[in-house]
Design a protein around this ligand. Structure first.
Ligand SMILES: O=C(O)CCC(=O)C(=O)O
Length: 295
């Protein structure tokens, strides 16, 4: 099997402190991305809903029409495309609320990935909407206002290999990660805004679980926590290696994690624990083959 990561790569996860002011969020994202690029990052990631507050009542107000690309009038698309070019990095623009170009009422939670040329490489619409109800703790229903995406998103970074992009709640569904890894991804990236209830319990566990299952790197990128906001994000952006070790984890405050993903590390881990040759597709099906996978 050829190595999924062709060359070592420096990854930056920007744990941005966002406010209700979109323009100022974009300005501070720009500053942090440029700093990360100066520090040597090749791939830079922003958090889920990085340019708006997170909450169902905000999606419509902040939504932008992003497709077909390039859109005529999207402040965020234009800013991210320019920024990727200015910084000379692959830029995963966290996520933003997207308005469907044909049906105005339809909204998505969408991540845009740009090449260092400024060109759009991929769009991921959150596939699994965040609908939970934990009595006395947290109730959230994205499906009241959002529509789900319907594909798994792999992006080929020519010098490095493939990465997979999914958003927050998507991490709870191992099939998506499994398919992406078996299609050759070296890194699963999840811009995500967990909360103080499920964050404490599941955030690190899920990142390490997806890394263990698939023997790939996993990166989670959260907004910084704001106790004055209605939704208090967990923070704790982190990088986990293919052996499920936490390489680095931030606390809840604004900050940037920059770490190297080392060429050869995935192969070393897969050689030691050779799951990839041991799966029993005669006993259970290979979810990455023959199903409804759409790249
Ligand atoms: O899965 C969770 O516990 C949190 C998910 C979430 O916050 C989201 O999908 O935005």
């Amino acid at each position: 099997m050829s190595s999924p990561l062709k060359k070592s790569l420096k990854l930056a996860l920007i744990q941005l402190a966002s406010s209700a002011d979109k323009t100022s969020n974009l300005t501070s994202a720009r500053q942090k991305v440029l700093e990360a690029s100066k520090a040597g990052a090749h791939l830079v990631v922003l958090p889920e809903c990085f340019n708006s507050p997170y909450g169902t009542k905000y999606f419509d107000k902040y939504a932008e029409t992003l497709l077909p690309s390039p859109p005529k009038d999207s402040q965020t698309f234009t800013a991210l495309s320019k920024l990727a070019k200015e910084a000379g990095v692959y830029l995963v623009g966290g996520s933003i609320p997207e308005r469907d170009d044909k049906d105005e009422k339809k909204l998505y939670n969408t991540s845009l990935t740009f090449a260092p040329s400024g060109e759009l490489m991929a769009t991921h619409r959150k596939v699994h909407l965040f609908d939970i109800d934990i009595p006395g703790k947290i109730k959230f229903r994205e499906s009241d206002v959002l529509s789900p995406g319907n594909k798994i998103t792999l992006v080929d970074l020519p010098e490095y290999g493939k990465i997979a992009i999914a958003i927050c709640y998507d991490i709870r569904f191992p099939e998506l990660a499994m398919i992406a890894a078996r299609k050759g991804a070296f890194l699963l990236l999840y811009p995500g805004a967990f909360n103080l209830t499920t964050g404490a319990l599941h955030w690190e566990l899920l990142a390490r679980a997806r890394a263990t299952d698939n023997q790939v790197y996993v990166g989670l990128c959260s907004p910084a926590r704001d106790m004055k906001a209605e939704y208090n994000a967990w923070g704790h952006s982190m990088l986990v290696d293919p052996n499920a070790m936490v390489v680095e984890q931030l606390d809840e405050k604004e900050g940037t994690l920059i770490q190297e993903l080392v060429a050869g590390r995935i192969d070393e881990i897969r050689k030691g624990v050779p799951l990839y040759g041991q799966r029993r597709f005669d006993v259970y099906p290979d979810v990455s083959e023959g199903g409804r996978f759409k790249e």
